[in-house]
Design a protein around this ligand. Structure first.
Ligand code: FE2
Length: 173
């Protein structure tokens, strides 16, 4: 089931309407959350790249309860399909002097899909008592683009690196 989803998502990039097709595929995958969860291998890591090429990146993303990852951009369209727990997405826009202005927060529950515009900035928090688990899809090679991370405490913009990401990720446990 997971392999099939990955193949269908890859094919979606040639569909002429990749955004619409990806959203439909993700919705169909997560709308029976328990079935989706049972289709997942037991990942050792909280993040796993299931596939990446120039057209599309497909990730498994798990966030532990209370964990918040810092606001960041993707510079490409992104889609989040949650199949376990709840992933809160806090959306922002850039204000003066790199200060981020909050736009809105959306709780994505198991069975729901969120689409994010290429220029969007979001932070993610797991708000459920159990870890949140989701498939994240990006229309491009996510590991190859320059991206920004936002340090909310200091009002600064940092390069998106593993080190900066880890340093700014908050574990409230
Ligand atoms: Fe993200």
């Amino acid at each position: 089931m997971l392999d099939q989803l990955v193949e269908h998502l890859k094919a979606a990039t040639d569909s002429g309407q990749p955004e619409k097709t990806i959203k439909t595929l993700l919705k169909a995958f997560v709308e029976q959350p328990e079935q989706a969860k049972s289709a997942m291998p037991d990942f050792d890591q909280d993040e796993a790249i299931l596939f990446e090429d120039d057209q599309i990146s497909i990730w498994y993303c798990r966030f532990q309860p209370g964990t918040s990852v810092p606001p960041h951009n993707h510079n490409m369209s992104a889609f989040i399909g949650v199949f376990h727990g709840t992933e809160r997405n806090d959306m922002y826009e850039r204000g003066d002097k790199d200060i981020l202005k909050p736009l809105k927060s959306t709780d994505i529950h198991a069975g729901e899909v969120l689409s994010i515009a290429p220029d969007a900035i979001h932070g993610v928090t797991c708000t459920s008592a159990e870890p949140s688990e989701a498939i994240h899809v990006y229309l491009g090679a996510l590991s190859c683009v320059d991206r920004d991370l936002y340090d909310m405490e200091h009002g600064t913009v940092l390069a998106f690196t593993d080190a900066n990401y880890s340093q700014l990720t908050q574990d409230k446990n």
